[in-house]
Design a protein. Structure first.
Length: 95
């Protein structure tokens, strides 16, 4: 189980969040959820799809490959090769 700690300005003054510069953790993702505001960016170059959740609801996603567990848009060094980075990835590791 996770341990939670209340943040304190004095105790945690040197702790910072740094957005990842390497996206190798997405190499096995064949789709990623996107926000409705991102549809305009991705629909110009990639398929935007609706994926059904187990509770019968849907979410909007961008298709990164037609093959399961493969991301065509992150190279072997972890560099994201598309011009637009999905907001979902900027939250990592807070999913």
């Amino acid at each position: 189980m996770s341990e939670y700690e209340i943040l304190s300005k004095s105790t945690h003054k040197n702790i910072r969040y740094k957005q990842p510069s390497n996206y190798i953790f997405t190499k096995d993702e064949s789709f990623l959820p996107i926000g409705l505001s991102e549809v305009q960016y991705f629909s110009k170059t990639l398929p935007v799809v609706f994926i059904k959740n187990t509770d019968e609801t849907f979410f909007v996603a961008v298709l990164l490959s037609i093959y399961a567990n493969k991301n065509e848009f992150v190279d072997n060094n972890g560099k994201w090769t598309l011009p637009y980075l999905p907001a979902f990835l900027t939250w990592y590791p807070f999913r």
